[in-house]
Write a protein that binds this ligand. Structure first.
Ligand SMILES: [Fe+2]
Ligand SMILES: [Fe+2]
Length: 212
């Protein structure tokens, strides 16, 4: 029996389950969030900035889940499908750490997350149809852009917010590894206009989730 053959109803139920888990069920991390010594209390302005930045990072991880789930859905290559499922599973830690940190900071997640989720799912599903090298190239470019905005956030977070900083530093390290893995599996550089379009979409998300 071929365990990989599912009918459209099974696939739809599986996808609805993933949507609910990503958007409403608190994610469970496989790794504990990076530990830091007790940090000094933040000023109100510092706390608010940490909340906004961690909300953006949380939205980025919601989008990453959807991008990889979308690619897994339409990829024909079984190895690629499995790599996308594995990537989504590894990103769960980041999603959980950002959500946990937002709670500690008495902040909330973005109201726009369903928009980012479904937009990214569609984009990922499209990328999955483009074949192995383009799909892995899309993954490598995604990770590169996430890594770049994490570095930007590390420059903007209060130096006192050691806990958020430790989480972002570990995420930066992980994203660099994900990007390198996608490239080593055969990901090819994407045409420049596509990388610009991805940057524009990412800018929309980072600006939107910063405030809403
Ligand atoms: Fe991530
Ligand atoms: Fe990643």
């Amino acid at each position: 029996m071929d365990a990989r053959r599912f009918d459209p109803v099974d696939l739809a139920i599986g996808e609805i389950d993933k949507v609910i888990k990503t958007l409403s069920v608190p994610p469970r991390a496989a790794r504990a969030a990076p530990e830091v010594p007790v940090q000094a209390p933040l000023e109100e302005a510092e706390r608010q900035e940490s909340v906004r930045l961690m909300r953006v990072n949380h939205s980025g991880e919601v989008a990453a889940q959807a991008l990889y789930q979308g690619q897994a859905l339409t990829a024909r290559d079984p190895e690629l499908k499995s790599a996308m499922h594995q990537a989504a599973a590894e990103e769960i830690d980041h999603l959980a750490w950002c959500e946990q940190r937002l709670k500690e900071l008495k902040g909330r997640t973005s109201l726009l997350n369903p928009v980012w989720y479904f937009g990214s799912l569609a984009l990922g599903a499209l990328a999955g149809t483009l074949g192995r090298s383009a799909s892995l190239g899309f993954m490598a470019e995604t990770e590169k852009q996430v890594e770049s905005h994490l570095r930007d956030h590390l420059g903007r977070l209060s130096a006192k917010d050691l806990r958020s900083r430790a989480i972002l530093e570990q995420m930066t390290h992980d994203e660099a590894q994900h990007g390198a893995k996608a490239a080593s599996m055969g990901g090819k550089a994407l045409p420049i206009p596509i990388t610009w379009a991805m940057r524009a979409t990412s800018l929309l998300m980072t600006r939107g989730s910063y405030w809403v």
